[in-house]
Structure formats: C-alpha cells, structure tokens
Ligand binder design. Sequence first.
Ligand code: PMP
Length: 355
Amino acid sequence: MVHNFNAGPSILPKEVFEEAAAAVLNFNNTGLSILEYGHRTAAFEAIMQEARQLMRELMALDEQHEVLFLHGGASTQFMQVPMNLLDLKDTAAYTDTGVWAAKAIKEAKLFGKPEVVCSSKDKNYTFIPKDFAVPNDAKYLHITTNNTIYGTQWKKIPVTSNSLVADMSSDILSRSMNFNVFDLIYAGAQKNIGAAGVTIVVVNKNILGKLKRNIPTMMDYRNHIAEGSMLNTPPVFAVYTCMLTLRWLKKQGGVNAIEKINNQKAALLYNEIDRNTLFKGTVAVEDRSNMNVCFVMNDANKEKAFLDYATQHQIIGIKGHRSVGGFRASLYNAMPLSSVEYLVSIMQQFEQNNP
Ligand code: PMP
C-alpha cells in the first residue's frame, strides 16, 4: 500500500476513488460514462445542487452566502477577488504570509491598491504575524488561512471590522470555525474537497455590485450566482468527485469530527519530530499547520538517505518544497491516522539505523 503525503492534488478517500471510477464506466446505471454526460441534464443538475448544498451544510452558511463551483484554480481568484471588490483607487489590506499570499498581492495591484499590513517574508515565512493594524478604509483584509509551502496556519482568525477575505485552499473544511464571518472564501478543490479543476468560492452576495468597473462576464461572481455555477460548461467529472468527497465528509461527522482526527494526526507527527534526535520542525510552534507538516534533519546530509528510505517503504510525496527544503507531509482530511502512524514508525526505524 502506498501512503500519499502529496501537497495537492492529494489523497482522497478510497470510496471516492471507487465511486468516481465506477461512474466513468456507468453513471447511475444509465449505460453512459459521466465523461460523456451533459451538464444540462437533470442528473447533473442534481449533482451540482447536492454539492452546493453539502458545502452550505458542512460550513453552516447563512442565507447571505452563496457557494460557487468555478474553474481556473485559486490562482484565478487572486485576480477575480480584487476585480469584483475594488475600484482602482480602493485600498485592501493583505497579509504577506507566503508565496501564495504574495501572488495574491501582485494581482491585486492590477485592480486596486493593496497595502501589505504585515509580512513574515524576512524570516522565510516561518511564522504568522500577530501585531498589525488594518486601515479603516481598507475594503477588505485578505489572509491565507494555511500556508501550504511553509506549513504555517492562522490558528486564530483575525477579528476585524473590515470585510474578511480568505484563501483557504489548503485547510478548508479541516477545522471548525464560523465561516460566516468571511465575506469571501476561495479554495482550489484539489486538497480537501475533490479533484483538481474546480475552485470553490463562498461569497456574501451583499458585497457584490458596488463598483464602477465593468467586469467581464465570466469574471463577475453575480453571473455565476444567477446561473447556479453553470454559466458555461462546468468540469462535470471534477464537480462529481467533489460531491462524493463532501458526502464522505458528512458521513464522517462533518468538520467537527474531522478536526478531532486532524488534530490527532498532526500532534502525532509533530511529537515525533520534536522527540526524534534526527529531525526538527521549521516553523514557530504556535503557528504549526495541521495540514502541511514541514521538517528538516539536523544533519542535512542525511536527508537524501531518509527520503530514499521512505520511498522504499512506499511513502511518497514528502519531499519539501524547494524554498524550504527537507520534508513536508500533507495530512489532509482523507489521510488516515494509520498512515501517519506508519510514517512515524519509519522515522523511528531510520533513527535506530542511523544512531
Ligand atoms: N493558494 C494556496 C494556499 C495554495 O496552496 C495553492 C496551491 N497549492 C494556490 C493558492 C494555487 O492554487 P491553484 O493551483 O488551484 O491555482
């Protein structure tokens, strides 16, 4: 059995793979593959509806919030958010907590005046800044709730009177929080929600339609809301896979239940990193991500040997991002506790073999 710790696209529940695979051959006993199935059919509309409803339910969203299934990845949201929320002269506050946050800032400059209110860049993004002020006139405060590359996570969502916007690509639905405090949330689906090809946007509809700018049809959230995420052909199979994963999450007991397991998985691995004489964590302890666990070896010369050892033992996807080095184990919702136990046992074996 292969243990897949990739950062995304990443592991999904086995039953999702099985159901999705079955639907490729024979969708709902229609004799047709889901890959040849029309998006304007009652069966697919029901899938889209169920996927949106499950998101609403799992996030306990109020009536003001709309759920959209879009294309283009979280990277498209880096531009689509400011395009819909800022006029050129408007300010928005951005927190610079990693490469993805920095990319969001770069795109916002095309549509308004992003102001960087805090940054951990000079410490290679190894912590989440705590003390910063948001200008009163900022149209929104943007945070990246989990920094996938560096392995840091906002444990406390900042309280602000400004609108709150979040890139939740790598920790959406992994921990309980009041999702209604956000006016806009976006996330690529390919970590906790489903297959690559879908981007989730949750938006408070009251904040839209306030700009002087003309927004291209496909970029205007209001058009996607009006058309139920079917303004054009949605990625049918990817949406189907998301719906199956959301059903699975609901069956596990939802966000509160998965959070408990996610806490257990992360604690197990961080405890081993702290205990094992060969390894050390790379970020401030209080900001450690429960989704992406980054660590290095005290002796960097041993890293290749450990990576080879792990690979021989069917552990894949733990090589760290090039900007951090070392290792990164991603522990998304679908990662079973048993695989984390197994990784820990491999770290212990390696320690015994390399005293
Ligand atoms: N934001 C975060 C936090 C991410 O982790 C990623 C991708 N790993 C992105 C944005 C970019 O997502 P996409 O590839 O879907 O554009």
